[in-house]
Ligand binder design. Structure first.
Ligand code: GDP
Length: 177
């Protein structure tokens, strides 16, 4: 999970490096969550859930009349919570994606607190690392580590950096024991 535009879909596509089977998607104009079944040679198949992004108000554009923007937000929020409740009842592994350029966002800190409480094993991945120079990158990774109190894996869906390490991390998170 991660903020809208943090790079969730790009990272999923880069990870599997081919068209993935989208086994379910909510119809209609509101994307609730995408579910992918990932099978790798030799590996245990697992379901990868691309949860809705947070960080932007999701009020409908036309809100004159009965429903107010606040109503729209509440209903999206309610649906979001219903989905994640069902998913996280099973205490799956959780990955929080954060944009490498923006350490310490309040919404990311809240999401980290939430996912740690809700999921079994968790880790943080910093996306779009290709957008930072060497020094910026060192600074950003330090800032993340200090704010989130955990080390953060830098990745890029564009250059492919960190993807092997991310697979190793996913193996570790999804393998019991
Ligand atoms: P989502 O809303 O979290 O699924 O985000 P997307 O995967 O749609 O990505 C949002 C934007 O960030 C798109 O314009 C992507 O091309 C861009 N983007 C995603 N990952 C990377 C990355 O690793 N490096 C760079 N430079 N851009 C990225």
């Amino acid at each position: 999970m991660g903020r809208s535009n943090v790079g969730k879909s790009s990272l999923i596509n880069a990870l599997v490096r081919q068209r993935v089977a989208r086994t379910s998607a909510a119809p209609g104009k509101t994307r609730l969550a995408n579910v992918y079944r990932v099978t790798r040679g030799g590996g245990v198949p697992f379901y990868l859930l691309d949860l809705p992004g947070y960080g932007y108000a999701r009020a409908p554009k036309q809100t004159r009349g009965a429903s107010s923007p606040a109503d729209g937000r509440r209903s999206s929020q309610g649906e979001f919570e219903a989905i994640v409740r069902v998913v996280f009842e099973r205490a799956p592994a959780g990955l929080l994606l954060v944009d490498a350029r923006h350490p310490g966002l309040a919404s990311d800190r809240a999401a980290w607190a939430w996912i740690r409480a809700a999921a079994g094993r968790v880790a943080v991945v910093a996306t779009k690392i290709d957008k930072l120079g060497r020094d910026e990158r060192t600074r950003a990774l330090k800032a993340f580590a200090s704010v989130l109190d955990t080390s953060v894996l830098p990745v890029s869906a564009v250059t492919g950096e960190g993807l092997d390490e991310l697979w190793t991390l996913i193996d570790r998170l999804t393998t019991s024991g």
